[in-house]
Design a protein around this ligand. Sequence first.
Ligand code: PBG
Length: 324
Amino acid sequence: MGFPENRMRRLRSSDAMRKMVRQTSLNVNDLIYPLFVKEGVQIKQEIPSMKDCFYFSPDSIVDEAKEIQRLGIPAILLFGQSAERDEQGSQAWAEDGAVQQAVRAIKKACPQLLVITDVCLCAYTSHGHCGVVNNNGKIDNDKSCDLLAKVALSHAQAGADIIAPSDMMDGRVGYIRQAFEENGFHDTAIMAYSAKYASAFYGPFRDIADSAPTSGDRKTYQMDPANADEAMAEIGLDIEEGADIVMVKPAICFLDIIRRAKAGFDIPLAAYNVSGEYMMINAAADAGVLDRKTAIMEMLVSIKRAGADIIITYFAKEVAKLLK
Ligand code: PBG
């Protein structure tokens, strides 16, 4: 059969009809909201490169966490940084570091809210790389893993529910899982940035964490945007090493990777709707060339339709309000 018996437009004829046959829906439970912590007290400071995003000190972030919980968003993802930087990034695992303090304060005030912490060295190292740099200028992969496991353990000790390594060193998920097992953190989950690409879309974020490398780039550890099979290998290894959730990052230029990951693996899949994707919509909406709310919803639904179970997005608060 074909036209005129079949008319696809019949099921698009009214709002109720469209709602009834809608195949993908966003839910507030799918969302994770990123937040930025820095040392100090009573800080809530606007981030110039990221509309409506702020740096919080560990004391002032608690009110923000309460607001997020009130909106029904199940989880936050904390990023830290330190003014005190060295070659190894040792402030990253300081017991009284900004992230560790923030985790303790938030878990005390909002025990139901899931606290996820980004684990990396780039916002703590003097050179801005995500790992340790040797004398020859190369990244020392295995030494970096040792330090990343220390960072992850300090977050777990502070009470983080999930830790999220974003460095892309080989083997780091295994190092972290082993450190957790040895120290009794059997229930601390790992959400691995498994397929993280060397992307131009982190532009606004690097401003935030002040973490752009002082020399070189991240192409020896983050993935080449041209590769898809390699992403499946990365995800497979992270699962073998003990990841509970895997992630594809960025999202919208990598919807095919999300699709393949969903088809190929059986554990929860997250996608990171990154800073450049966020600011692209903001800039276009501010320029009056597209409708902000419609564009946000279309972008996030596309990420879900591609196969993501979880979406990390700076739009989470706005979307939670739109979904109410
Ligand atoms: C740190 C890190 C980055 C992001 C998350 N963790 C920056 C980078 O790798 O250069 C990007 C987040 C975003 O752009 O929203 N390794």
